[in-house]
Ligand binder design. Structure first.
Ligand SMILES: [Zn+2]
Length: 344
């Protein structure tokens, strides 16, 4: 179910990531021996078939670094999972296979209802057996924006690992069935969001971060006595409770239920205020927007207001993972938001 591939030679992996994936034949683990064979680290990537920065970085490691004599500090096990979605035409545009579940929503029971559940269960079993120092799950955001890390709890042991990649950490207790929710004191599991899938800066970020992650002897010792990270606590998701016709434009698009500003992604990790104009809504659309908490209560009206068919924040907040892809906005969410504390 997950093929194991040990130290592939450059001529076995093809000339590009497409040939590399074709050579895998299915979900795959690629293992590279380290200088210290007594420890290991795990990289997971391509859980989403359209998020390629992680696999590009892995490919570069195998094609360029290893033949020149570079070696990881400890054994490195790299899981490449969402190959099937990645190879659907047009390649590298499908987050998941249509009509199959999103891999990064399948890391919780029930396991045996489909192939996705079984692969995720197997991946977790293998990680438990490997006992890695840390697991990194490398993604791209669907919109443009800066890189950040995501953890399910605020723990000092995450800080040195996050610092290898970025100084932005989102801490969320949302339970979606993502790999990072399996984080434990024994095996830290972190998501790294490298920035937009088609941004060169995201590929460079993944490549540089992976070299530090794989190459440094010690990535777990505390970096400093002070928190050196910008922390974003408990984001909420702006979701649609039924599929709507979404557009991204400079003026309300005829026939669209919601037209978001064409440059909406520019708010990624920026502060929006109560007068920041976000987009246009049809009279019915506002009823289908939801900001759910863990108990399922809808806080839309605490976060947003609609004035003459125009959408504004009700309170200052920071938005991130803003997508400008209507398919992802409908199936996942429009964006994540962290509200500034209420004035006291
Ligand atoms: Zn992803």
């Amino acid at each position: 179910m997950i093929r194991h591939w040990h130290s592939p030679e450059p001529e076995e992996i093809g000339h590009n990531i497409l040939e590399f994936l074709q050579a895998m034949q299915g979900p795959c683990r690629i293992s590279i021996p380290g200088r210290d064979r007594s420890r290991c680290r795990v990289l997971v990537t391509l859980l989403h078939g359209n998020e390629t920065s992680g696999i590009k970085a892995l490919f570069a490691l195998l094609r360029d670094s290893l033949p020149r004599g570079w070696q990881p500090a400890v054994d490195l096990h790299c899981y490449v999972i969402g190959r099937e979605a990645a190879l659907l035409d047009p390649v590298f545009t499908h987050r998941q296979v249509p009509d199959k579940r999103d891999y990064n929503r399948c890391f919780r029971p029930p396991w045996d209802i489909d192939e996705q559940g079984l692969v995720c269960r197997k991946l977790l079993d293998e990680i438990a057996a490997l006992e890695p120092e840390v697991v990194i799950d490398m993604h791209n955001t669907s919109g443009e924006g800066p890189a950040f890390a995501v953890a399910t709890r605020l723990a000092r042991r995450h800080e040195p690992v996050v610092s290898l990649f970025t100084d932005r950490l989102v801490v969320t207790d949302l339970q979606l069935g993502a790999l990072m929710e399996t984080d434990s004191p024994d095996i830290p599991v972190l998501t790294i969001e490298c920035g937009g899938a088609f941004e060169e800066s995201a590929d460079r970020f993944a490549w540089e971060g992976l070299q530090r992650f794989a190459g440094q002897d010690d990535i777990l010792s505390p970096v400093d006595s002070e928190w050196g990270l910008d922390i974003y606590h408990n984001p909420m998701r702006l979701e649609l409770d039924k599929p709507l016709n979404l557009a991204y434009a400079d003026a309300p698009r005829p026939g669209a239920d919601i037209t978001l500003k064409v440059d909406i992604e520019h708010h990624n990790f920026g502060a929006v205020q109560s007068d920041t104009f976000l987009g246009w809504l049809s009279p019915a659309a506002a009823r289908h927007l939801a900001v759910h908490d863990r108990e399922g209560s809808n806080h839309f009206r605490e976060y947003y207001r609609v004035e003459n068919g125009r959408l504004f924040p009700r309170r200052p907040q920071k938005l991130f993972m803003i997508t400008s892809n209507p398919v992802i906005a409908n199936s996942d969410c429009l964006w994540y938001t962290v509200a500034d504390p209420e004035p006291t």
